[in-house]
Design a protein around this ligand. Structure first.
Ligand SMILES: [Zn+2]
Length: 194
């Protein structure tokens, strides 16, 4: 390896034979899988675009992990392995994947995609469900409108509310969406005090 880390390019690292073909094949398989889920939604160009991006990001993450494992197996020198891992920038692809998946879910639900950033969503998730519920001995009334809960059946643990009776389960964003009957974007903004 010469020229130092700045001159390295993930697209040009010395890939094993058939490496990029395998990546493209895996991407095609993922896209085909996702299109199977609902052939109607992918006719929308933005959803189609998201489907492809999600496949690409998943592939990049999987590939980096597979490379890492395979390099360990083949006793690739540590510095070379770390370089490859650094260049693959898995955290960046994970963030992009998360955002693309969120946008897709919201579009499929027919909700407004208000260009929320991942940081805003993460911040909203840190809110405490207890601030939006009256608890009695640690239990609260179920917020599922379909469940007439006369004695509290819902517990809160590790950032999730769970109903023992009807099975409703959700995080703080789901909770305020259901409780106040608002969409995802409004819930995130409300939780962030905007
Ligand atoms: Zn319930």
């Amino acid at each position: 390896m010469n020229g130092g880390i700045d001159n390295l390019d993930i697209l040009n690292f010395d890939a094993p034979k058939g490496y990029w073909e395998r990546i493209r094949q895996r991407e095609r398989e993922l896209i085909a899988d996702m299109k199977q889920l609902d052939p109607i939604f992918v006719s929308d160009s933005r959803l189609n675009y998201l489907t492809e991006r999600i496949a690409e990001y998943k592939t990049r993450i999987d590939t980096a992990n597979l490379e890492w494992d395979s390099d360990i197996k083949h006793k690739t020198p540590l510095m070379e392995r770390l370089c490859k891992w650094y260049l693959a920038d898995v955290d960046k692809w994970k963030r992009r994947l998360k955002k693309a998946v969120l946008e897709m879910v919201m579009r499929l639900r027919g909700e407004e995609w208000g260009n929320l950033s991942i940081e805003e969503i993460e911040l909203a998730r840190q809110a405490d469900i207890r601030d939006f519920a009256d608890s009695r001995n640690g239990m609260i009334n179920c917020i599922n409108p379909a469940h007439q809960d006369d004695k509290p059946s819902m517990s809160i643990s590790r950032g999730f509310a769970n109903c023992f009776a009807c099975g409703w389960h959700g995080n703080v964003i789901d909770f305020v969406m259901t409780k106040y009957n608002i969409d995802f974007v409004k819930a995130v903004r409300m939780l962030n005090g905007k």
